[in-house]
Design a protein around this ligand. Structure first.
Ligand code: ADP
Ligand code: MG
Length: 359
């Protein structure tokens, strides 16, 4: 069931020669009860899209629906949508409880109802003990919880979260990631979460929309986005990837491909792509392995560098067919490195390790 439907939304700032397209023909369906993430580099249009959903700004063209109704022209307070910003914007002279209840009082809800909701929210974010503390006397992480409780108090259908964890230090951010997931599943509210942090997006989301330069490039589950990136930008922005040129021999979901080395291998191909044609492919470093012999290798080359990372080791290989390739191997205890730079190596590719890119 669809909660938010964004259809063909364009947002242009300025006019004429100085016009800037912050969003170009963006369409996405966000499902009910979903933890949905907008992921992309700074300046790609994430905040702009959230502001349009919240109603702080209006699309230049296109429409935004909530539960099947066009809300594009509704004011923010008329939408059952609430927002948590990176800066929590709490009232410092008020207590935790007063901050959480403030919005409800503005809506003229009865006193008893406000008190009951505040109590429920305090318990939801586990802040009962600090209810009467002023918000300038609690930690950053606690302030973040209060901001969340305040946004959830009016029981919005959709909660928008614009990089809410980016001001927190690493350890606290990890804790709050788990906390946010719990809040989403306990309340059943649709969360639209914005981050530029790919790891945060992968670990928290039901689905991710990857954005760049005002467009959505790919939408999918974390696994789909990581295992089947369909564009070079997506493969590069999320995780690490090797890129090779190849000849696509046959299309279909599972096509056949000839690598520069002459080796033929199965590859997953984006829908609708025809063959034969020249293509670029993406291969994750951990989906490849070094082989001792060259016979069954998909690629061959010379080992240039070995970089030890603790959990894994990266092997940089100069390919015989041109270009370079990184193989990543997970380390296990007590295994000593036997390879040395300069060694001739083969690279084998596991099944379903080669992804054909659209561009
Ligand atoms: P993100 O949140 O992904 O970092 P934003 O949505 O804030 O990106 O901004 C996208 C682009 O739109 C940026 O280049 C930004 O400078 C531009 N932009 C955002 N708001 C305005 C505005 N009110 N006027 C002009 N340009 C804007
Ligand atoms: Mg932003």
């Amino acid at each position: 069931e669809i909660s938010i439907r964004v259809s063909g939304v364009t947002k242009t700032f300025g006019e004429g020669a100085s016009a800037f397209h912050a969003l170009s023909d963006v369409s996405v369906d966000i499902r009910k009860n979903e933890f949905f993430t907008l992921l992309g580099p700074s300046g790609c249009g994430k905040t702009t899209l959230l502001r349009l959903i919240a109603g702080f700004d209006h699309p230049t063209s296109g429409r935004i629906e909530l539960d099947g109704e066009d809300i594009s022209q509704l004011a923010p307070f008329q939408r059952p949508v609430n927002t948590v910003f990176q800066s929590y914007a709490l009232f410092p002279h008020m207590t935790v409880a007063q901050n959480i209840g403030f919005g409800l009082e503005m809506l003229d809800r009865p006193k008893a109802e406000v008190a009951a909701t505040v109590a429920q929210m305090l318990s939801l974010v586990r802040m009962e003990a600090l209810a009467d503390r002023r918000t300038d006397q609690i930690s950053g992480g606690q302030q973040q919880r209060v901001a969340l409780a305040r946004a959830l108090a009016p029981h919005p259908k959709v909660l928008l979260l614009d990089e809410p964890l980016s001001a927190l230090d690493y350890k606290l951010r990890k804790d709050m990631q788990i906390e946010l997931k719990r809040l989403q599943s306990e309340t059943g509210i649709t969360f639209v979460f914005v981050t530029h942090d790919q790891e945060e997006a992968l670990t928290m989301s039901d689905r991710i929309a990857v954005m760049n330069q005002g467009t959505i490039l790919q939408i999918g589950s974390p696994r789909e986005i990581y295992d089947r990136p369909e564009q070079r930008f997506v493969a590069d922005f999320i995780g690490d990837s090797n890129f090779l040129e190849a000849e696509l021999l046959t299309g279909g979901a599972s096509g056949r491909l000839r690598l520069g080395s002459g080796h033929e291998i199965e590859a997953s191909v984006p829908e609708g792509m025809t063959a034969p044609r020249r293509v670029s492919v993406s291969i994750r470093p951990e989906h490849a392995a070094l082989t001792s012999g060259a016979e069954d290798a998909a690629l061959t080359g010379t080992l240039k560098e070995i970089v030890y990372f603790g959990t894994d080791t990266h092997y940089h290989v100069a390919l015989g067919s041109g270009g370079s390739f990184i193989v990543r191997r997970q380390n296990s205890r007590g295994v000593t490195e036997t390879l040395e730079p300069g060694a001739a190596v083969g690279i084998s590719l596991g099944p379903r390790s080669v992804q054909v890119l659209r561009d």
